[in-house]
Design a protein around this ligand. Structure first.
Ligand code: FAD
Length: 434
């Protein structure tokens, strides 16, 4: 994987640049190696640091720690994700298991920010699943029935309520869930980097090229040195497949998002001065759109199979244009040129939207694939995979392991073709919502 440190993401640009970046420049030995320093890897490292104060623990990342998807996301810490009703109790039971994991994810992030007094613009303002299409009401009513059965507070809203709350006339129907938090993803992950325990050594801009296990040792090759470790945790999420982990169970998807500058007083007045809000689409390929507390608008309305991982500026510009149209549709009164930055990020998907959490070989562990909800679940899975790798058990691990497991995926080119066709179909179905 090529190093991808760019200055395209507003969330990262809000942060103070870091210094004292250490890269791998010689051979190293350790008891524990964690590859990938996003929410998952940072949480795993923090937990291991607490459990083993005298062990040598290394955490490596191909780019600057936390500056992958963990800084580039939309900042929704979710308690529920949309599910269009169920035809059986078994499906309801599976949805409940998923929601139980989301809840534990929220608790893990809450514990972290409380313990370290982190300011990450935390706002328990709930979230909207919204659509401009009246016919999507049926989907939301089915979803409402599920939420009622599971005791999630929510209500259905019409165009008039939405206009008042969101400052746009675009949406005709929405389901508001009281649970769900909006936050600044960059501030959250930076706090995780800044509070790593003393016995964790962080190496950045150091990409794992390949690895192998010989007897009881895992040997990892980097450009300027090798690491020999007793135990390893892979936390590279969208890049798991690229290093051969759970190859037939996950695939990367590239998302792009844009953020505007802060609206001026006049612009903000023209849309009714709404409080901070976050909208998720009813159709999978519709737009995620957010009004931040400092009056910026974030929009994400693309998801694609895209290789190589880094998107060129001209490719980003094309997505930015789509995002400009998305904003214009919702806020025609705002000027055209208010987008300040457009960036891409890589997430990991599984076929059945289930996460990966397992021991794949003696002393080799992996956690990832949160299918777009990794802020909470990644933080939680990171802690728990560290405990699992210590050969301990917890009731949380039992809850994770009771979830539906990811299902097998066909090899390429069938996989890419299948995913591309599916995305195209979903994009067509959501064309008014982009
Ligand atoms: C545009 C966008 C919007 C999103 N919106 C949301 C949202 O609103 N809510 C939500 O919960 N989730 C959202 N997500 C998903 C969320 O960001 C991810 O689920 C989460 O970041 C996963 O965390 P992670 O630590 O597992 O992986 P990552 O944050 O992807 O971290 C993995 C790290 O591994 C490193 N790495 C990869 N390969 C190697 C290698 N060979 N050697 C060394 N290091 C390597 C990468 O550099 C990276 O830093 C969104 C993602 C994107 C891109």
């Amino acid at each position: 994987m090529e190093v991808v440190n760019d200055n395209t993401c507003s969330w990262i640009n809000d942060l103070t640049p870091r210094n004292n970046i250490q890269t791998i420049s010689s051979d190293l030995n350790c008891e524990w190696l964690i590859v990938g320093a996003g929410y998952t890897g940072l949480s795993a490292a923090r937990k291991l640091g607490q459990l083993y104060p005298n062990h040598k623990i290394l955490l490596v990342d191909a780019q600057l720690a936390g500056e992958g998807a963990s800084s580039r996301n939309s900042g929704y810490l979710v308690d529920t994700t949309l599910n269009d009703g169920f035809s059986s109790n078994k499906e309801l039971d599976n949805y409940k298991k998923k929601a139980d994991i989301y809840k534990l994810g929220i608790e893990a992030v809450k514990r972290f920010i409380k313990e370290y007094q982190v300011d990450c613009d935390w706002n328990e303002c709930g979230k909207y699943f919204a659509s401009s299409k009246e016919e999507d009401k049926k989907i939301l009513e089915n979803f409402s029935a599920t939420l009622s059965k599971l005791g999630f507070e929510h209500n259905l809203l019409s165009n008039k309520d939405l206009k008042k709350r969101l400052g746009t006339n675009f949406y005709n129907i929405a389901l508001f869930t009281k649970g769900g938090i909006l936050l600044h993803p960059g501030k959250l992950v930076r706090a995780m980097v800044d509070t790593l325990p003393k016995n964790v050594s962080l190496y950045e801009n150091s990409s794992l090229l390949n690895w192998k296990k010989i007897n009881d040792t895992v040997i990892c090759n980097f450009k300027n040195g090798n690491i020999k470790t007793k135990k390893i945790i892979f936390a590279t999420n969208g890049f798991l497949k690229s290093i051969g982990i759970k190859y037939n169970y996950n695939f990367p998807i590239t998302l792009t998002a844009s953020m505007t500058r802060s609206l001026t007083d006049e612009e903000f007045k023209s849309i009714g001065q709404p409080k901070e809000w976050g909208v998720l689409p009813v159709r999978p390929m519709g737009a995620t759109i957010r009004m931040t507390k400092d009056r910026r608008i974030l929009i994400r309305n693309t998801a694609e199979v895209y290789n190589p991982y880094q998107m060129s500026q001209s490719e980003l510009d094309k997505r930015s244009f789509k995002q400009k149209i998305g904003i214009k549709k919702r806020f025609p009164q705002l000027p055209d040129n208010i987008i300040q930055s457009t960036w891409s990020g890589i997430v990991s998907r599984t076929r059945n939207s289930s996460q990966i959490f397992e021991k794949i070989n003696e002393n080799i562990f992996v956690a990832g694939c949160y299918n777009g909800s990794g802020i909470g679940v990644g933080t939680f899975f990171g802690e728990q995979i560290a405990i699992k790798a210590s050969n301990e058990n917890t009731k949380e691990i039992e809850i994770i392991e009771a979830r539906k497991k990811p299902t097998w995926l066909p090899p390429d080119p069938f996989l890419s073709l299948g995913v591309k066709a599916r995305l195209l179909y979903e994009r067509f179905r959501a064309k008014t919502e982009i």
